[in-house]
Design a protein around this ligand. Structure first.
Ligand code: ATP
Length: 235
């Protein structure tokens, strides 16, 4: 479904991502792992059109989307849940969710999409009239994921969903993401610093170090890799 080939990007003259190649298949959960500042966010922002690629391709269902606008990429079904959630804190949960319907199709299907989101996150239905800024961190992350689901993703990108959340809430969010992939066929690209949790829920993963993909494998292979153990798992 997604095939990224030799992708390079950065900011101005500053090159951050160097020749990244990876893929995500239908219904797969793939983790992009790495420490602070490794370039994970820049990599996914290049895929979603927020950072311009310098070279390389982003093939999505057979079409090269590299360098296309964010809007075009959204229309193709690549929807990102941004790092830090980026909700409209003064607006209600419902209004934030509604923002996920940005084009004709997603607007037409808003009613059924809302029911879908409320089924996965019943708390959001209870809180639908509450200002998003007054929710707990975990609930806010649910709104951010819910808003992305309203955009009818074929590929859902989660950027650091665990940031600032209690471990049990992280498990809840990741388990919904896992079910999205396995039950709904929505592929998931998960960017995480919490490597233990990410590998527990992903099928495969890639390690990013200094803007380069240095390792790849199934979650099991990465968990057992000596470099991953030493550098990231502290064992
Ligand atoms: P984190 O987990 O902390 O978000 P990350 O792996 O996602 O880290 P990036 O946010 O992609 O890393 O940052 C990679 C590098 O790019 C860092 O050195 C950062 O300072 C730089 N960078 C990020 N955004 C910009 C920007 N808008 N302009 C210039 N440099 C940037």
């Amino acid at each position: 479904m997604l095939k990224v080939e030799n992708l390079s990007s950065g900011y101005g003259n500053l090159e951050i991502i160097w020749n990244a190649s990876f893929h995500v298949d239908d219904g797969e959960v793939v983790a992009i792992l790495g420490s602070n500042g490794a370039g994970k966010t820049t990599l996914v922002r290049t895929i979603t059109g927020m950072v311009r690629p310098k070279s390389g391709s982003v093939i999505f269902n057979g079409e090269d989307l590299a360098g296309k606008s964010s809007r075009t990429i959204l229309d193709h079904g690549i929807v990102q849940v941004p790092e830090g959630r980026q909700l409209f804190t003064e607006m209600s949960v419902y209004e934030n969710l509604e923002m996920g319907a940005y084009n004709k199709e997603t607007k037409a299907r808003l009613g059924e999409s809302l029911e879908f989101v409320y089924r996965w996150f019943p708390k959001l239905k209870e809180r639908k009239n509450q200002a998003a800024g007054t929710l707990s961190g975990g609930e806010q992350q649910m709104v951010a994921v819910g808003r992305a689901l309203i955009g009818l993703p074929k590929l859902l990108i989660l950027d650091e969903p665990s940031l600032g959340l209690a471990p049990n809430i992280v498990d809840d969010i990741l388990s919904v993401a896992h079910s999205m992939a396995k039950e709904q066929g929505i592929s998931v690209l998960l960017v995480e610093q919490d490597i233990t949790k990410a590998l527990r829920m992903a099928d495969r993963g890639y390690v990013v170090e200094n803007g380069k993909i240095t390792l790849s494998g199934t979650s099991r292979e990465l968990e057992e890799n000596e470099h991953v153990k030493k550098a990231y798992l502290g064992i």
